[in-house]
Design a protein around this ligand. Structure first.
Ligand SMILES: Cc1cc2nc3c(=O)[nH]c(=O)nc-3n(C[C@H](O)[C@H](O)[C@H](O)COP(=O)(O)OP(=O)(O)OC[C@H]3O[C@@H](n4cnc5c(N)ncnc54)[C@H](O)[C@@H]3O)c2cc1C
Length: 302
């Protein structure tokens, strides 16, 4: 990456939103990950310009939301990390439709919907991701998922051009979409909700949050459920039944509170987490013949 490239980035973004050799552990809920060559925090139209620049200069790029479903390698990420999570991301409500920028936190959208008396986003109250990350992952909980409420998205394609896509074009299914990883960037979403009773909506959200506090190890850094739910089973139960509760590699541990969570219980390296995930997968497969598939996304060099 040349100094000229960095100067061009500065022309688009200014200096304050460009960070060199930025430790990714400061941008992931796992608190794990080595240095990104460059991490930037673009807004709105800037995203397309950045993609065009990276493409023109042959610089690799990737996108993150709030880093709550990510395991970033200890050697970090080469090229440019585009971080979209932002407290300033807009959320606009018109009638029963919410238009939210991809960097808006899901919980903030859920709150805005509840305030306005709209039901359908309660499931998202305790998910610590952004709207963009939730769409790519088809995030869901307690019987709801983003697929149920999403109408359309605005994306920037691999050429840096903006496009509108209907939700049906995204192939949303269990924790999955067909959005090409790190090539198409979601920048905005349109969500449609139904009218509901404000107090009931808040009660439901508070109940979900309480259930999380009771059952999940929220006091430790993690990326949520480490593995997807295998058809007809629960990953956490399989791991517990395999005798792996509290199994530890370095600073990575199978949570004692919820075996479906791998937690960082003290300066874990990404390599500890990978080793632990591999050991867990092998043991569950050996005992039950079921192959666990990671839900967390791996990013960078390990
Ligand atoms: C304590 C805890 C509880 C959790 N509970 C749940 C739960 O109940 N249900 C659930 O589904 N998940 C849960 N998660 C996982 C996580 O919060 C979700 O997957 C969330 O949707 C990820 O959003 P994010 O913004 O953090 O995405 P990131 O982790 O930053 O990124 C995830 C993936 O999406 C891509 N991506 C992110 N933003 C964009 C964008 N704008 N355009 C294109 N690609 C993008 C990234 O490249 C990456 O591949 C939990 C996590 C934690 C830590």
């Amino acid at each position: 990456m040349t100094e000229q490239f960095v100067e061009n980035l500065e022309t688009i973004l200014g200096r304050e939103r460009i960070f060199r050799n930025e430790m990714m552990k400061n941008h992931t809920t796992f608190r794990v990950g080595g240095p990104a060559d460059i991490l930037i925090q673009p807004k709105g139209e800037e995203v397309g310009k950045i993609i065009k620049l990276c493409r023109q200069e042959g610089v690799p790029y990737c996108v993150i939301g709030n880093g709550s479903n990510l395991l970033v390698g200890d050697k970090g990420v080469r090229g440019v990390v585009i971080e979209l999570a932002s407290r300033e991301a807009s959320i606009r409500i018109t009638g029963n439709t919410i238009q939210a920028e991809a960097g808006a936190m899901l919980s903030k959208v859920a709150n805005a919907a509840a305030e306005a008396g709209f039901t359908g986003m309660e499931f998202a109250a305790g998910i610590p991701g952004t709207v963009g990350g939730a769409i790519v992952m088809n995030a869901g909980a307690y019987g709801g998922e983003i697929k149920d409420v999403l109408v359309s998205v605005r994306v920037i394609d691999e050429y840096g051009d903006a496009k509108e896509l209907p939700a049906e074009a995204l192939g949303l299914s269990y924790r999955k979409s067909n959005i090409p990883e790190n090539r198409t960037i979601v920048t905005e979403a349109v969500i449609r909700l139904a009218t509901g009773e404000r107090q009931e909506i808040f009660d439901k959200m508070n109940d979900f949050k309480e259930q999380r506090r009771e059952k999940q190890p929220l006091e430790y850094p993690s990326a949520g459920s480490t593995f997807k739910r295998p058809e007809g089973h629960f990953a956490g139960k399989l791991i517990m039944d395999a005798g792996l509760r509290g199994y530890q590699v370095g600073g990575a541990r199978v949570s004692d509170k919820h075996c479906g969570f791998v937690i960082n219980c003290g300066d874990a390296a990404a390599s500890d987490i990978c080793r632990l995930m591999q050991d867990v997968t092998e043991e569950v497969e050996r005992q039950f013949g079921i192959t666990l598939e990671p839900e967390v996304k791996l990013l960078g060099e390990f």
